[in-house]
Design a protein around this ligand. Sequence first.
Ligand code: ACO
Ligand code: LMR
Length: 264
Amino acid sequence: GKVRAPTHIVSTISDDRGEEPCYAGVPMSSIVEQGYGVGDVISLLWFKRSLPRYCTHFIEICVMLCADHGPCVSGAHNTIVTARAGKDLVSSLVSGLLTIGPRFGGAIDDAARYFKDAYDKGLTPYEFVESMKKKGIRVPGIGHRIKRGDNRDKRVELLQLYARTNFPSVKYMEYAVEVETYTLSKANNLVMNVDGAIGSLFLDLLAGSGMFSKTEIDEIVEIGYLNGLFVLARSIGLIGHTFDQKRLKQPLYRHPWEDVLYTK
Ligand code: ACO
Ligand code: LMR
């Protein structure tokens, strides 16, 4: 009989060989005709399944809320400086994206990992936070440069409100809120940030939707899909900042001497 030559690549999320491309088996015509949104496309290409509307809308809210946070944050700053150095769109974009990491926007996966582990082990917020302190690890998803206990992050409140109204269970988020209550009792800057809100709420989405097995949830958390939401979302703003600088014909940026402490 015929022997199939071994392939060099295995791929499972999309197929472009037929008359029309398919995302996780769903043809493009269905995506367009049935009014799928970006959240549905993310569900198909990242999670390989169609998720209920309340989940895809939650994903879309995350993307909208994280699209930009002004010109002063690490990512936008890098993009602006790069655009002003005369670089192209892709260079300006990736220069900003490269700042996304454990301190800025890229704490979602770790927030999900640590909150899940602590909740599943039944640790009290006190035990969890103090054990992190002993290990010398900052609690991912907690803390902000400008937000405070008396000046909460509106984005976090909006995500929580949506989930409380639409999710069947928000047990991981409520646990993160208890952690925040404890950290706020220690210092006023230790609020839940968007990374913590998305990390904990995505655990609730995965566990509460009934669309994922326990093994699949563990795999998603272990691989770390969720920082992808911030990367995707913030790309929208970084592209906007690039166009803005080009439109404004901004010259090469040079940081003022006065703002540098020259010392030995
Ligand atoms: N857990 C425990 N303690 C903390 C935390 C935390 N997450 N964040 C700050 N602290 C404490 C520390 O004791 C710190 O003192 P130290 O410098 O001796 O360690 C003190 O608060 C003051 O912290 P700062 O360093 O002044 O806080 P800063 O404003 O520089 O940091 C940051 C803000 C980077 C967000 C920080 O809170 C942090 O690392 N958080 C965890 C990572 C995270 O969630 N990042 C995502 C932020 S949201 C976003 O980027 C979209
Ligand atoms: C952001 O969304 O970029 C932030 O929360 C970080 C910041 O310092 O505002």
